[in-house]
Design a protein around this ligand. Structure first.
Ligand code: AVI
Length: 324
């Protein structure tokens, strides 16, 4: 439930998340089977993603943290004090304190669809910054969100680290960037800023290793989706006959995650029958990578003008400051 008492997850009489069931049934009925990546993040999936961020091969978290640590003075100069920092998807991360330390914000507003995660990270942040006004809001930030009254008079800075924008196809990414403008008050004549992480195109070998690590943590993250379907939707997917793959798709400049059948299989989900031929896949995630130009083009299409850009020393990851 939100502060307004609206349930965010719509469950049927058996407690099944209706949107999850609809997405899975529709996705498994397509010629190229595909399930939206947001369903990777149940409790087990969220924990596995946290584990991924510690992997040797998974450079994005370390690279972005390096930028946040190194550029504090520049953030302070370009962003200035007293802004309400609105974080889209409140991670449990070390990244937010680095930003807040650098810019002396007027308030911190984490937005997340998962109330539990939200309350945890808001509590941790309040402890670290005793004087800071923290106003968590449980909401789906893909749509315009009404911010708490306390921050309405303040200038806003949106914060969207992690290159999560890369998990969306361009059309969805542009919709999100436009909702962010609305949420941050751009339509009321304010000039909000946005600090956004965008991972960069690089050697496909480096990318494929980052998404198919030697310890198999990313494989477990991907396979957890099939386990979740079995658990929550009465599925009979033979998980041991699926394997994780993470190929680079050069046409679309993205890593794709798939679950590939290692033999012909048949299974049920929510009472419906499905089959997969050996080698057939379920597409479970896209992780788009950007160039300086493609990043700028996407931001401009979403109504944001880039004003500064930083990368880590090794040039693997970018953090961009934009203005509405
Ligand atoms: C959350 N997101 C930015 C991650 C990424 O890198 O695309 C999700 C992920 N998938 C596999 N590893 C990490």
């Amino acid at each position: 439930k939100t502060e307004q008492g609206i349930a965010l997850v719509d469950r049927d009489e058996d407690g099944v998340d209706r949107a999850f069931r609809e997405d899975v049934l529709a996705g498994l009925s397509q010629r190229q089977k595909a399930i939206p990546a947001r369903w990777l993040y149940d409790d087990a999936g969220s924990q596995l993603f946290e584990d991924i961020t510690d992997l040797e091969e998974y450079y994005p978290t370390r690279a972005e943290t390096e930028i946040l640590e190194a550029r504090g003075q520049e953030f302070a100069r370009l962003i200035g004090p007293g802004r309400a920092v609105v974080e889209f998807g409140s991670g449990s991360s070390v990244k937010t304190p680095l930003l807040l330390n650098a810019i002396a914000p007027g308030a911190y507003v984490p937005l997340d669809i998962s109330g539990d995660f939200l309350r945890q990270s808001a509590a941790a942040l309040s402890e670290k910054f005793p004087g800071l006004n923290v106003h968590p809001v449980e909401a789906d930030f893909m749509r315009e969100v009404a911010l708490p009254e306390d921050v309405l008079g303040m200038k806003k800075l949106g914060f969207f680290p992690g290159s999560t924008i890369g998990n969306m196809v361009a059309r969805t990414a542009v919709d999100l960037l436009r909702s962010m403008r609305a949420t941050l008050g751009a339509e009321e004549g304010e000039t909000p800023q946005l600090l956004i992480g965008m991972d960069l195109v690089k050697d496909p070998e480096v990318l494929e290793a980052a998404y198919d690590d030697a310890r198999g943590v990313t494989a477990q993250f991907n396979l957890n989706l099939a386990r979740r379907i079995n658990r929550e939707l009465g599925g009979t997917i033979p998980v041991e006959s699926l394997r994780h793959t993470a190929p680079w798709n050069d046409d679309f400049a993205r890593i794709e995650m798939h679950l590939e059948a290692t033999r012909d299989i048949a299974f049920k989900v929510a009472g419906r029958n499905f089959t997969m031929k050996r080698g057939e896949t379920i597409h479970t995630e896209n992780s788009h990578k950007f160039t300086r130009r493609s990043a700028n083009t996407l931001l401009l299409a979403g109504g944001w003008t880039p004003i500064e850009r930083w990368t880590d020393e090794a040039g693997r990851f970018s953090l961009i400051l934009a203005e509405a």
